[in-house]
Design a protein around this ligand. Structure first.
Ligand SMILES: CC(C)(COP(=O)(O)OP(=O)(O)OC[C@H]1O[C@@H](n2cnc3c(N)ncnc32)[C@H](O)[C@@H]1OP(=O)(O)O)[C@@H](O)C(=O)NCCC(=O)NCCS
Length: 175
């Protein structure tokens, strides 16, 4: 299988919508409107073999430093072959590139996220998610999804890492 994982393009939207459709109908993934996918296509990644879309995933920003992995899905029949992991690796790379420090998911497939380096957390650690999506959700009292988090950087914005030998770093950082 010659798989290509890349940033999504406008021409991928139709195939993304088709891939997500059955998962959304079964309530396994949150609904995504085609126009919303088009408008956020820079935040999506896809896995392609030949001309066939085999998987997709997206980042949803909650602040400059906090994003969610959402709508990560692989075509049935191609699951368990490493495509989900490859998509997650690219999402993490994209998130790092735009300065995201904490990446979370709300999921029923916790083992997959753990394999990708995430850790289980308490929902209180992501109040931004609760306020925006959980509070108005009709399923909030019987939610079967679990919050997970991958910390990409413990640095506060505007600070540079100081090497282990204590030299260097950002000399302009106020003490
Ligand atoms: C979850 C999903 C994206 C994973 O993609 P995938 O291509 O099947 O996963 P991979 O083959 O890359 O698996 C990576 C690792 O996670 C594990 N894993 C994947 N799916 C798992 C599951 N449902 N339960 C337990 N472990 C799972 C694999 O065993 C593998 O571990 P290993 O390297 O130790 O063997 C895919 O199964 C899917 O589309 N599920 C339906 C939609 C969904 O629930 N998405 C998650 C939204 S939060």
């Amino acid at each position: 299988m010659s798989l290509v994982v890349r940033r999504a393009r406008a021409s991928d939207v139709e195939n993304i919508v088709a891939l997500l459709g059955p998962y959304i109908e079964r309530g396994e993934l949150l609904p995504r409107d085609p126009s919303e996918i088009s408008g956020t296509i820079d935040h999506w990644v896809v896995a392609i073999e030949g001309n066939k879309l085999l998987g997709c995933g997206s980042l949803v920003a909650y602040s400059d430093e906090l994003s969610e992995v959402r709508s990560l899905a692989v075509v049935p029949g191609y699951r368990g072959m490493g495509i989900g992991r490859a998509l997650m690796e690219m999402l993490v790379e994209v998130a790092r590139g735009v300065g995201v420090r904490r990446l979370f998911g709300l999921t029923r497939v916790v083992p997959f996220f753990i394999q990708s380096g995430f850790a289980s957390i308490d929902i209180v650690e992501i109040p931004e998610k609760v306020w925006r999506d959980c509070a108005p959700c009709p399923l909030r009292d019987r939610c079967d999804e679990h919050p997970v988090m991958l910390v990409l950087s413990n640095q506060r914005p505007g600070r540079q890492a100081v090497p282990a030998d204590g030299r260097g770093g950002n000399r302009n950082v106020p003490k």
